[in-house]
Design a protein around this ligand. Structure first.
Ligand SMILES: [Zn+2]
Length: 341
């Protein structure tokens, strides 16, 4: 993002896992010592909080503690803030004004980094929170070895936020861009996540972004046909179903990518990151189980209070508003659908 050639320091990666430096005392991107509260950036950018009136809005953490959106902040030095984070947020604010089209035309790396920054902020907030001995988390994250491995992997491509970086022949995550039918939609902002699989979703007006941030695009490829069929204005109940599929697929994903930065040579302009997936030892996905998938649907459909007995009325074919019984895209004018008994 700078005009001058990058220095060696600019191309040096940072490893916060060395000593687990995730607190407010070290910049999340470069590790420079920081002084809170001035050396911080909001997890949800000011423009998001202003546009969607998030400043008073509560968000519930895993330990059931309630915080407000503006309280979610991560350590960021002045240099990283002004050179990297703020320009990215300004860019995304402009993109978001173009709606779904803007997001679809945006390059994949920029979108990954923007989503990644938010997700990183939430994850780190939860991690720090759990170091508080008073907290009794429902799911102790730091004890979840698989989650930490995913988080560690995710942080490598995320460093492109500061370090000029090329991903050699891979995309680090799967990002889906959905559009809701504004005539059927009354939620302008929504956020949810599954920290253990690094999956999350954010809704800005009619744009619903769903991402698994550490799958090297595997879920995107596996869901290619479903995604193609979902590229139409969806009823929110359909968008929620799509999310249930992605969250469940991320849960089934059995591999964690490894990333390797190539050694930097003099005069290099960027770091090249290679990726490897070790799938020799097992399958990429654990087997799909409809009763477990139904739980994911139940969660995503909470707003509509669709009971599990309806979802699993046919245990072999869980309820779908995206597809009909023949697997063809279903058009849903309104919910409840008028063609139902
Ligand atoms: Zn920094």
């Amino acid at each position: 993002m700078t005009d001058s050639a990058p220095s060696a320091a600019d191309l040096t990666l940072y490893d916060p896992f060395d000593g687990m430096r995730f607190g407010l005392e070290a910049c999340f991107l470069c590790g420079t010592p920081t002084t809170p509260p001035q050396d911080t950036v909001p997890v949800f950018a000011d423009w998001l909080m202003d546009r969607y009136q998030l400043r008073e809005r509560p968000i519930k953490l895993l330990d059931m503690r309630i915080v407000t959106y503006p309280e979610l902040r991560i350590a960021c030095c002045a240099r990283c803030r002004t050179r990297h984070v703020e320009p990215l947020e300004a860019h995304l604010e402009a993109i978001s004004r173009q709606g779904v089209r803007g997001f679809r035309e945006l390059d994949e790396q920029t979108l990954f980094l923007w989503l990644g920054k938010m997700f990183y902020g939430i994850l780190v907030t939860e991690l720090i929170n759990q170091q508080d001995p008073l907290a009794v988390p429902q799911y102790p994250l730091a004890e979840n070895a698989q989650m930490l491995r995913r988080f560690q992997a995710f942080f490598q491509p995320l460093q492109a936020l500061r370090v000029p970086m090329e991903y050699d022949d891979f995309v680090p995550g799967s990002v889906f861009i959905l559009e809701t039918d504004s005539a059927q939609d009354d939620m302008e902002f929504e956020y949810d996540d599954d920290l253990s699989t690094l999956t999350f979703s954010i809704k800005l007006d009619e744009t619903v972004l769903v991402a698994c941030l550490v799958d090297n695009g595997i879920i995107g490829r596996a869901m290619g046909r479903v995604y193609q069929q979902a590229r139409r204005p969806l009823h929110p109940v359909q968008a929620a179903e799509f999310k249930a599929r992605i969250y469940y697929a991320a849960y089934l994903l059995n591999v964690v990518p490894d990333y390797f930065a190539r050694p930097v040579k003099p005069h290099d302009q960027e770091v090249v990151l290679d990726s490897l997936i070790d799938d020799v030892t097992g399958s990429i996905f654990n087997p799909w189980d409809n009763s477990a998938y139904a739980q994911s649907l139940l969660e995503m459909w909470k707003r509509w209070q669709i009971p599990l007995s309806d979802i699993l009325a046919d245990p072999a074919l869980p309820l779908s508003y995206l597809h009909d019984a023949n697997g063809q895209p279903r058009h849903l004018e309104r919910y409840p659908a008028t063609d139902e008994e």
